[in-house]
Design a protein around this ligand. Structure first.
Ligand code: B12
Length: 220
């Protein structure tokens, strides 16, 4: 079967909330040589976008959102063992702290960022979801990461990203870490207003930016 077919079946499996189908196709796709990150970002993620549209139009209810999230998590678990760290970046581990901000229980996007940063050789400290600014600032103090990645999926929780940046400033450590923000409602303009260093509209682009920053640091 061609790679695109696996991606289409993965997408449909998420839309159909098909646990067994997604796990089976994910395994088959890996064995057929489909790139793990492609299976996630071009198969499952577009499926989740359709689930979001169905929720918006009233076709799906909250229970279906919950199940879709679980199906995606299980699919990613099947794929994770096939992900190999980029050989070139194995030697030096640069740290990144990740969190979904306070009040927000959406973590699928953040988890993809975590996976992709791992592929690029970052040591990721994932604080989870619904994380308060204080906990995030304490983690930055403790781990001294090069990058802090914040995720928010609710318009209501986006301001918490600004709160984290203000708390970093108050602690005198804002200039010690690059802050990257993501999640569907977040925009370039919002990132600029709150003083983040970058907004990424998808995980791949975000991870490329983090790699760029750390490579530039190595050169300086
Ligand atoms: C799955 C889902 C849920 C699941 C979450 C499961 C989980 N463990 O994450 C559950 C069922 C728990 C849920 C709950 C709710 N949800 Co919900 N949910 C969704 C849904 C369908 C998909 C989100 C998702 O996971 N997408 C797939 C991931 C991979 O995409 P992503 O998160 O955007 O991440 C990508 C990029 O944005 C980026 N990215 C994300 N974060 C970061 C961070 C960094 C650093 C970087 C670099 C990149 C990056 O990379 C990712 C991959 O490319 C969206 C609809 C949608 N289309 O977005 C609604 C949605 C986000 N939910 C919504 C709502 C309203 C809710 C609830 C309030 C519902 C309710 N009435 O209770 C609750 C809120 C609970 C809470 N306190 O957070 C609304 C938000 C509306 C708004 N504007 O605020 C949406 C948009 C649905 C809608 N259209 O109404 N939800």
């Amino acid at each position: 079967m061609a790679g695109e077919n696996y991606l289409a079946i993965l997408k449909q499996g998420i839309i159909n909330l098909d646990f067994e189908g997604v796990k089976k196709t994910a395994k088959e796709a890996m064995e057929a040589g489909v790139a793990p990150t492609t299976a996630i970002t071009k198969g499952m993620v577009p499926g989740m976008a359709v689930v979001g549209e169905k929720f918006e139009s009233g076709e799906y209810f909250l229970s279906e959102l919950v199940v879709a999230g679980e199906v995606m998590k299980e699919g990613i678990e099947v794929i994770n063992p096939y992900i190999k760290e980029d050989e070139a970046s194995k030697t030096q581990k640069v740290k990144a702290v990740l969190a979904t901000v306070e009040g927000d229980n959406h973590d699928l996007g953040k988890n993809i960022v975590r996976t992709l940063l791992g592929v690029q050789g970052f040591e990721v400290i994932d604080l989870g979801m619904d994380v308060t600014s204080n906990v995030i600032v304490d983690a930055v103090k403790e781990h001294k990461p090069a990058v802090l990645g914040l995720s928010a999926l609710l318009t209501m929780t986006m301001p918490k990203m600004g709160e984290v940046i203000e708390a970093l400033k108050a602690a005198g450590i804002r200039d010690k870490v690059k802050v990257i923000v993501g999640g569907t409602p977040v925009t370039d303009e919002f990132a600029e207003i709150i003083g983040a260093d970058h907004h990424a509209s998808n995980a791949m682009e975000g991870v490329q930016k983090c790699t760029e920053w750390t490579k530039a640091e190595e050169r300086s």
